[in-house]
Ligand binder design. Structure first.
Ligand SMILES: [Zn+2]
Length: 246
C-alpha cells in the first residue's frame, strides 16, 4: 500500500477508536440513570410511607383532642346536675352524659385501630428502609465502578491522542486537511475499504476501472459518491499466494 494511504488508514483506525471511546463516555450518564431506577423507586416508596405515617399520627392526635373535649363536656354536664330540680331534667342530663360517653368510647376504638395501622406501617417502613439502604449502596458501588471506567477510558484516550498526533504530523498538510473535512462530512469515517467493487463508507458501486486502479494502489483515490478516501486490503489468501511465490 502507498505510504501516504497507509498513514491515512492508520489515522482512521485511531480516530474510529477515539470516537468509540468518546461515545462510551457520553452514554455513561444514561446507563447510570437506568441502573439507579431501583434506588429512586425505593426513595419514592419510603417517602409515601412516611407521609402515610404522618397523616395517621395526625388522625390519632385529632381523636385524642376530641376525647379531651368530650371529657370536659361530661365534667360540665355532671357539674350542672346539682342544679337539677326535676326528674325529667335529671333523665335528660343522664341521657346526654351517656351519649357523650358513647362518643368517647367510639373515639377510643378509633385510636386503637389507628395504632394498629401505625404499627403495621412502621414494620413496612422498616422494610422500606432496608431496601433503601441496599439500593443506595448499589448505586454508590455502581458510581464508583463507572468513575473508574471513565478514568480508564480517559487514560486510553490520552494515549490514542498522543499516537494520533505522531501519525498526523507525518501526513502532508493538504492531505490531512482533506482527511479532516471528510471525517466531518463522513460522520467519523474518512477512509473506507473498497471491497467487491463497493465503497465501505456509502456502500455504492465503484466503477470497475477505478476499482482496478485502487487495487493497484500508488495514489489516493476517492469514492465518486461520498468522496471518502478508498483503500484496498488484499484478502489473506492472496497474501499467502504472493508469499508462496516469493
Ligand atoms: Zn462511498
Amino acid at each position: 500500500m502507498d505510504e501516504k494511504l497507509h498513514l491515512l488508514v492508520e489515522l482512521q483506525k485511531l480516530d474510529s477508536d477515539i470516537l468509540t471511546l468518546r461515545l462510551k463516555i457520553d452514554s455513561m450518564p444514561s446507563h447510570i440513570a437506568a441502573e439507579e431506577a431501583p434506588y429512586k423507586e425505593a426513595v419514592k416508596a419510603f417517602e409515601t410511607a412516611r407521609q402515610q405515617q404522618l397523616s395517621l399520627e395526625k388522625k390519632k392526635k385529632d381523636k385524642e383532642r376530641l376525647i379531651e373535649d368530650l371529657t370536659e363536656k361530661i365534667r360540665k354536664l355532671k357539674a350542672r346536675s346539682s342544679e337539677i330540680k326535676t326528674n325529667k331534667e335529671y333523665q335528660a342530663n343522664l341521657k346526654e352524659v351517656e351519649a357523650v360517653e358513647a362518643e368517647i368510647s367510639s373515639a377510643e376504638d378509633d385510636i386503637l385501630s389507628i395504632m394498629e395501622v401505625i404499627e403495621a406501617a412502621s414494620k413496612s417502613t422498616e422494610a422500606d428502609n432496608a431496601r433503601l439502604a441496599e439500593a443506595k449502596a448499589g448505586v454508590e458501588a455502581l458510581n464508583k465502578k463507572k468513575e473508574k471506567e471513565i478514568r480508564f477510558i480517559e487514560q486510553e484516550l490520552l494515549s490514542l491522542k498522543e499516537k494520533r498526533k505522531q501519525f498526523s504530523e507525518r501526513i502532508e498538510p493538504d492531505l490531512y486537511k482533506l482527511y479532516m473535512n471528510l471525517l466531518k462530512s463522513g460522520r467519523g469515517l474518512a477512509v473506507a475499504e473498497a471491497k467487491k467493487e463497493r465503497c465501505g463508507g456509502c456502500n455504492m458501486n465503484i466503477p470497475p476501472q477505478l476499482f482496478v486502479e485502487i487495487k493497484l494502489g500508488g495514489t489516493i483515490f476517492q469514492c465518486p459518491q461520498c468522496r471518502r478516501i478508498l483503500f484496498y486490503e488484499k484478502p489473506a489468501l492472496e497474501n499467502n499466494e504472493t508469499a508462496g511465490r516469493n
